[in-house]
Design a protein around this ligand. Structure first.
Ligand SMILES: Cc1cc2nc3c(=O)[nH]c(=O)nc-3n(C[C@H](O)[C@H](O)[C@H](O)COP(=O)(O)OP(=O)(O)OC[C@H]3O[C@@H](n4cnc5c(N)ncnc54)[C@H](O)[C@@H]3O)c2cc1C
Length: 486
């Protein structure tokens, strides 16, 4: 597979307009998708991004010839009929993806299980392993898929939504199953929304899991930056303007209606509409001045951001045999409530896309779950990073003996790093927590109390993850063009 290796640059200053139809703040994936749809429909759009590259959490960085994906590891829904696939087709974006097969592995202290790329195979495997609950497994997945369609595709099956919208994922599983190990397995991917099943909303887990299990998990050829660059390039081809390394300092408003954006360096740019693809607290408590509906502000103050992670990026020499290392979740608990679980997610992206590293060398990427509240307890981030790096390499050593001898490049990121690069509060990986109180109708809507100010991305509906934020950005573009949701 070939990748384009496009480099995205800011629009030349003398080409910028004094006034835009829409300014999008933040070139995360939701911002990029929203901007691209608007530009495709002849809107004059300016995208303002504080980082020097587009993508938010979907970016990559290079060290000594190794190309590391900063955060995102794979993307759901890239098939022809799924959300990302449909979105790319509508925008005319062509991109090569590797389809991951198996989709994942779940490694527990007492057993492990492979999740096949095909959902019917997975169901058959579960039925074979847990034969007493074979009918319940079938019924569970029937409801799960219908629930997914009801929430994502606007096929409003209100009965199903009402049945599950107030349930945690554990409550949903308990309604179907008795076998604790089966419940453990079916919750084993909870890390993808960052909340254990006793707290995660059933709808949140459903949106994430069905995406991966039914539509597949995909890796963009050339790494995740290529995904962001492909959308950026299309936006520019449609006539969109980009300002990288440009932080929005204020959203200008008058009489409760947005008027434009003021940048950090002082420049003011007028716009009829502003889309915020950035942290919602920053949007309302730092960027906006003036009177805002106090009940709305109180709601934001009371909402809880999601967890964050520690990330380790290793470039290793050709001599290390990683053929048996499984990509997936390495859990520390066998228990279906996961209250003491400290999982890490390990992958070797060079097994999927060898060109990410110099010839025959490999990349090992590790995401480590950090318990709620970790950010607030750390005083010394440098020591935290050093300790976490050491502990994580020691943990890896039990699966990859002698790994230390083969490490050529070692980088790490803490919640502080994630926050610095994206300005997401406390390095929140998924915007707001995906709990019952913060998902579906309880997540902030796209429209805000300020006229012509919209929200797109993982702090708004439908939720976190690339597939969801693609849907979010697309929906906001449709709202602005007044043609309803996608
Ligand atoms: C470690 C990690 C691993 C993950 N893995 C996956 C995965 O494998 N698959 C998956 O689907 N999801 C994954 N996620 C979740 C997913 O990355 C996010 O939900 C999604 O990328 C959020 O996209 P977004 O468009 O909402 O914005 P963000 O990615 O948060 O981007 C916001 C953008 O706004 C910019 N910005 C902020 N403030 C300003 C300002 N004042 N002015 C200008 N620009 C500003 C930031 O620089 C940033 O570029 C992961 C997240 C993390 C942290």
């Amino acid at each position: 597979m070939q990748s384009s290796k496009t480099c995205i640059q800011s629009t030349k200053t003398d080409r910028l307009y004094p006034c835009y139809d829409v300014i999008v703040i933040g070139a995360g994936i939701a911002g990029l998708i929203c901007a691209a749809f608007l530009a495709k429909n002849w809107k004059k759009v300016l995208l303002v991004e504080q980082h020097s590259i587009p993508g938010g959490y979907c970016t990559s960085f290079k060290r000594k010839g190794f190309s590391f994906d900063a955060a995102v590891h794979h993307i759901g829904g890239c098939g022809k009929w799924s959300i990302v696939g449909r979105c790319f087709k509508t925008l005319g974006i062509e991109m090569d993806f590797y389809h991951l097969d198996p989709m994942d592995n779940l490694i527990f202290p007492k057993f492990s299980i492979e999740i096949p790329a095909d959902l019917d195979n997975y169901i058959a495997r579960l039925q074979e392993r847990y034969p007493i609950e074979r009918n319940e497994i079938k019924d569970f997945f029937n409801d799960f898929i219908k629930l997914y369609r009801a929430t994502f595709n606007n096929e409003k099956s209100q009965i199903l939504i009402d049945k599950y919208k107030n349930l945690t994922y554990s409550e949903m599983l308990n309604a179907f199953f008795k076998n604790d190990e089966l419940k453990t397995v079916l919750s084993g991917q909870w890390g993808y929304i960052g909340l254990p099943p006793t707290q995660a909303s059933a709808i949140g887990m459903c949106q994430m899991m069905v995406n991966y299990l039914k539509d597949g998990a995909f890796f963009p050829a050339g790494g995740t930056q290529e995904f962001a660059n492909a959308i950026s390039k299309k936006f520019i081809d449609f006539g969109g303007h980009v300002m990288l390394t440009s932080k929005a300092r204020k959203i200008l408003s008058n009489n409760n209606t947005v008027k434009g954006v003021k940048l950090e360096e002082g420049k003011e740019i007028a716009a009829d509409v502003v889309v915020s693809n950035i942290d919602v607290r920053q949007t309302f408590f730092e960027l906006l001045d003036g009177r805002i509906d106090s009940s709305f502000l109180r709601k934001i103050e009371e909402m809880k951001e999601s967890c964050s992670f520690f990330l380790l990026y290793l470039g290793v020499g050709a001599g290390l045999d990683l053929s048996k290392l499984k990509r997936g979740f390495y859990h520390t608990s066998n228990d279906s409530s996961y209250t003491t679980d400290e999982w890490m997610y390990v992958s070797v992206p060079t097994k999927i896309c060898p060109s990410l590293a110099p010839s025959n060398k490999q990349i090992i990427s590790v995401v480590v779950y950090l318990k709620e509240g970790t950010y607030k307890t750390v005083n010394d981030w440098k020591s935290f990073k050093e300790n976490m790096t050491l502990n994580t390499i020691n943990r890896l050593e039990s699966y990859i003996p002698n790994i230390k001898k083969h490490i050529e490049v070692k980088e790490a990121a803490t919640p502080k790093t994630l926050e610095r690069y994206t300005l997401n509060t406390n390095g929140a990986a998924y915007g707001w927590d995906v709990s019952v109180n913060q998902i579906w109708d309880n997540r902030l809507p796209h429209k805000t109390p300020i006229d012509n100010l919209y929200l797109a991305g993982h702090w708004t509906r439908p939720g976190p993850g690339i597939c969801a934020v693609v849907s979010s950005g697309w929906n906001v573009a449709n709202l602005i063009m007044k043609i309803g949701g996608n």
